[in-house]
Design a protein. Structure first.
Ligand code: PMV
Length: 335
């Protein structure tokens, strides 16, 4: 691909062990390690194109209903800051046109900032001719402010060991997608943008009386999930993943002020997943910072999961996804 214009597809990810709480916003260092599965179909596609000198930067947002339209000031601001970071590293001064499209609802707990900043970072580095190694890309994506974007620059199962004692921390793949073809059925129970951003959630986490205890438990959870992935042990995965999901929301709910991401249907989906397990279907539930429930399962159980979740009152849409291979470049430009 020629420098000057590049389009990248960046995947979302679902955290099995959650990143929640930041120790340093300048370098976006998390309070704890996290571990996720990169998704395949919930992706952001972003085109970055260099323009002639003297023109202003342009930021476009594409939706199925309206096509390309100017991005909102909030989205444009985040994109602009990340573009500027890459531009400075690349020693480029030219203005850019950036266009972005998501395949899934934005800001509802399907990690649109992770996929968005992974796609933007890959596209911008290629458009500016500033190519970095996987560690460099992960660190650069994280600097966007969306720490989880550090994990979306890689495919498969990804550990972000970031801690205050390791400021250069980059995410790394612990197993490729081919190792375990897990599926993720996302039960969308609310598609409105969330009232409390993850950024605010990271800040408030420290006010929960249970947060320090959570930090003590994380290393054991990481180890549990790593081993479950290594052995493809769904029962062990279920235990750790569901403890983690409840724990994240326990911290959010017990923060001051309290943050409640769940809707009544969130709980109904969790109950449906527990019933599926009682009926012998291997499935477990996790929830990022939003009301929607990510139901993990083996490919053989996916149709039973879908059939059960379709019947849950309050489920608006089911998105069927699975583990993916990470970002890639495409010539299918958005502008
Ligand atoms: O990367 P951020 O700042 O959008 O935070 C992500 C937080 C969670 O999605 C709740 C957890 C995670 O590890 O992805």
């Amino acid at each position: 691909m020629n420098a000057g214009k590049a389009t990248a597809v960046g995947p979302s990810n679902i955290a099995f062990v959650k990143y929640w709480g930041v120790v340093d916003w300048d370098s976006v260092l998390p309070a704890s390690q996290s571990l996720s599965m990169t998704l395949s179909d919930c992706v952001t596609r972003t085109t970055v194109e260099l323009l002639e000198d003297g023109r202003p930067d342009e930021f476009w947002w594409s939706t199925a209903s309206a096509g390309l339209a100017p991005a909102s000031p909030e989205i444009a601001d985040g994109i602009s800051k990340q573009v500027q970071r890459v531009r400075e590293l690349a020693g480029v001064t030219q203005p850019v046109r950036v266009a972005t499209a998501n395949t899934f609802p934005t800001g509802v707990g399907i990690a649109s900032s992770a996929s968005g900043y992974a796609a933007l970072t890959v596209a911008a580095t290629h458009a500016f001719g500033y190519l970095c190694d996987p560690d460099g890309l992960s660190r650069l994506a994280r600097r966007s402010g969306s720490g989880s974007a550090a994990r979306s620059t890689l495919g498969g199962y990804v550990l972000w060991p970031g801690t205050a004692s390791d400021p250069g921390s980059a995410a790394r793949q612990i197993a490729p997608a081919s190792h375990w073809k897990l599926r993720n059925v996302i039960a969308v129970v609310g598609s409105e943008p969330k009232l409390v951003s993850s950024r605010e959630g990271h800040r408030l986490a420290w006010t929960s009386p249970y947060f320090q205890r959570r930090l003590q438990l994380i290393p054991e959870r990481i180890e549990g999930v790593r081993q479950a992935i290594a052995m493809r042990d769904f029962a062990a995965l279920t235990l750790a993943v569901e403890q983690e999901a409840i724990d994240l929301h326990l911290i959010a709910m017990s923060a001051e002020p309290s943050v409640l991401y769940w809707r009544p249907a969130t709980l109904s989906v969790i109950e449906a997943v527990r019933k599926l397990r009682r009926d012998g279907v291997e499935a477990c539930a996790t929830i990022d910072a939003g009301p929607n429930v990510h139901v993990l399962c083996e490919p053989a159980g996916e149709s039973q999961v879908i059939q059960a979740l379709e019947k849950v009152p309050g489920v608006q849409e089911l998105i069927s996804d699975g583990v993916g291979n990470g970002p890639y470049l495409t010539s299918d430009h958005l502008c």
